[in-house]
Design a protein around this ligand. Structure first.
Ligand code: SF4
Length: 154
């Protein structure tokens, strides 16, 4: 799995200073994708070591967001698990899938975004969107997903 760039962003996850890692090799191929350069396997290998370096050089971020990586959800889960076990930074995954794959363990994430980009329905910040952002929360029966997509609509 490779990444093409890393940016500190403020809009992707509400209330967080997020380090967004743009992962290439996207297999979803949404028809109206604005980032088709991410469909090919380009960039730098994304490893535990590179994650550790990113965290060291971006002191102050409160969340790390893996943007993409749908070609290997088990690896996404492994990387998020490492961040959880080795930092106080919260973890997020932006997936293009409509449903979360079984490899994703809720305990390793604080936020999960699902849904391909559908130009007719719009992105997360419009009410018609098909995409969803969930916060992983402790419920009475264990970890649960709470839909917080409406936070983008204010
Ligand atoms: S998931 Fe994102 S990068 Fe992949 S095709 Fe859809 S819009 Fe493009």
């Amino acid at each position: 799995m490779k990444y093409v760039d890393v940016k500190e962003v403020f809009a992707e996850i509400p209330d967080e200073i997020t380090l967004a890692i743009n992962i290439s090799g996207c297999p979803i191929h949404c028809p109206s994708c604005h980032s088709q350069y991410l469909w090919t396997d380009i960039g730098t290998p994304l490893t535990i070591e590179s994650l550790a370096e990113m965290l060291q050089s971006h002191i102050g971020v409160t969340c790390i967001c893996l943007m993409g990586g749908d070609q290997d959800p088990a690896e996404i889960d492994r990387l998020a698990c490492w961040v959880k076990e080795n930092s106080k930074v919260r973890t997020a995954w932006y997936s293009g899938r409509s449903e979360l794959p079984k490899e994703i363990k809720l305990a390793h994430f604080d936020y999960l975004k699902t849904g391909p980009y559908d130009e007719a329905r719009g992105p997360l910040n419009v009410r018609t969107t098909n995409q969803r952002l969930y916060r992983v929360e402790q419920g009475e029966a264990g970890l649960q997903l709470t839909d917080i997509t409406s936070r983008f609509w204010k």
